[in-house]
Design a protein around this ligand. Structure first.
Ligand code: SF4
Ligand code: SF4
Length: 485
């Protein structure tokens, strides 16, 4: 964005540079020369791309809002409970013990994004990012419905405060806050589960002051983002947006202006024929600025690919409408690669993309194997804190242990512990047998007795087997402490 050369500041030795305001790469479209925010009023857009995105957004919004209530095998679709360290993805519960799987899955996700972005640019941002979907398909539509299209919004903001203006602004911001509250609660239910959220809402407020505080904080956060911060979130905050310059190359598919076809741009005279324009050295761009006026980030795509562009396709629709009116073929602004426009090349499978795909395939295989080999239970054994050993009246020695068993399945699981080496006896204190509830952890005190002949001086290695329905699930190793000879 700030890559073009700029004049040095007059102050000698100062590292600050003056901004070249004639160069779009030297400043952002949403700040003026005093550094103040320039509010973007994008015009309403319509057209086939917008219709496709609208349908897709409805689907995504349905999944997003219904997600906390959808279950697979009784588990939620997605739960990121960092407080209780419980994570559920597509109905699969991941415990803190599964963090390696989780780390590989995150790595796979990151590489997937790199491959996808290298090939298809910011398709994600324009079509599926919750920020774009909520902003352009929900909040923006509410704004259009109440305040009208961009010129009306501008006029309303300049107008003095009349009862009508107060009503419109109060209605808009009231609805914005209600929507933000709903979005905040959806996010909260992905963190703590909808049942816990329901409890916070229905219990007396004094019982859930922290929970209520989070509900309000999330609502205010989203209200701030969608009512004020808007496109700045994509430009300044989103790390994915900032990575574009690293990930995109001349073969990546982006929303692009076909400058070969469009330049030299110039207004079209009434009844001017295509051939006449060409003869006059003009291209298909009639300099109507419709592509700029619909852009929610305030940029001019004719300047080339820019960091601010979220590939929302609005300029494609706007320009296609103009092309229809001027009788020129659609697609002056379209999905295309730089090579596609400059050299008319089709999408190429470059060595860089091939390398990413290989890494992706390796990670996917590793993750698949890890999931396949993941045990249904996770057990750990620790010596009971503060205990050493005891000698029984019959001469046997005993050690006390704590055995924790996590049941990762969604069914109740009877678990049997067997002392496999050396010979001795093992008894579970209290209940005698272990039955672990679905998705729960069971902690048990276990007493192991060995006769002196089976023991070594000091510490004797022990091997325990964890069984369920006669099938061995895991092997545990620990030490049995006894007297030194
Ligand atoms: S909408 Fe199309 S014709 Fe109009 S200025 Fe943009 S690129 Fe040119
Ligand atoms: S340049 Fe076009 S695709 Fe990019 S953000 Fe603006 S309107 Fe959307």
């Amino acid at each position: 964005m700030n890559s073009s050369p700029s004049k040095p500041d007059s102050a000698a030795g100062s590292a600050a540079k003056t901004v070249d305001w004639s160069n779009f790469r030297d400043h952002i479209a949403t700040a003026d020369e005093q550094g103040r925010r320039k509010w973007i009023y994008p015009r309403k857009v319509s057209g086939p791309w917008f219709r496709r995105r609208t349908w897709f957004s409805w689907l995504l919004l349905f999944i997003m809002f219904a997600g906390p209530f959808l279950t697979i095998h009784g588990n939620p679709l997605l739960l990121m409970n960092v407080v209780e360290r419980k994570f559920v993805v597509l109905g699969q519960i991941f415990w803190p013990q599964d963090m390696i799987i989780f780390a590989v899955a995150l790595l796979l996700f990151a590489v997937g994004i790199i491959v996808f972005t290298t090939a298809f640019g910011r398709l994600w941002c324009g079509w599926a990012c919750p920020q774009t979907v909520m902003m352009e398909m929900v909040f923006r539509k509410v704004e259009y419905a109440i305040e009208g299209d961009a010129p009306n919004q501008r006029a309303l903001n300049r107008a003095p405060w009349t009862p009508g203006k107060v009503f419109k602004k109060a209605l808009k911001h009231g609805l914005f806050f209600a929507l933000s509250f709903a979005v905040g609660n959806v996010l909260l239910s992905y963190i703590i589960g909808w049942q816990a959220l329901y409890q916070i809402i229905t219990d007396p407020p004094a019982q859930h002051l922290v929970g209520l505080g989070f509900m309000l904080a999330f609502a205010l956060l989203f209200y701030g983002i969608f009512a004020r911060f808007r496109e700045q979130a994509c430009t300044f905050v989103c790390p994915y947006g900032r990575l574009q310059s690293l990930l995109l190359d001349e073969n990546s598919i982006v929303v692009a202006y076909d400058y070969k076809r469009g330049e030299k741009r110039g207004p079209r005279r009434r009844a001017q024929q295509f051939g006449e324009r060409r003869y006059a050295g003009l291209g298909d761009c009639v300099a109507c600025n419709q592509c700029v006026s619909v852009c929610p980030t305030g940029i001019d795509i004719r300047n080339g690919t820019q960091m601010e562009c979220v590939h929302c396709t609005a300029c494609m629709d706007a320009c296609d409408t103009v092309m229809d009116k001027t009788g020129s073929p659609r697609g002056l602004i379209r999905y295309a690669s730089l090579n596609g426009i400059e050299r008319r090349q089709a999408l190429r499978f470059t060595p860089r993309l091939a390398g990413y795909v290989v890494v992706l395939a390796v990670l996917a295989t590793v993750l698949g194997l890890m999931l396949y080999l993941r045990s249904d239970v996770e057990a750990t054994v620790l010596r009971a804190p503060g205990s050493l050993f005891q000698q029984m009246p019959d001469g046997h020695f005993s050690n006390l242990y704590t055995v924790r068993v996590v049941n990762k399945t969604s069914r109740e699981m009877p678990v049997e512990l067997r002392l496999e080496n050396p010979a001795g006896s093992l008894s579970v204190m209290g209940q005698g047998r272990i039955v672990v509830a679905p998705q729960k952890l069971s902690e048990n005190s276990v007493l192991i007795e060995l006769e002196p002949a089976a023991m070594k001086s000091g510490a004797t290695p022990l091997v325990l087997g964890v069984y369920s329905d006669g099938k061995k699930l895991e092997t545990l190793k620990t030490a049995f402490i006894g007297p030194r000879n």
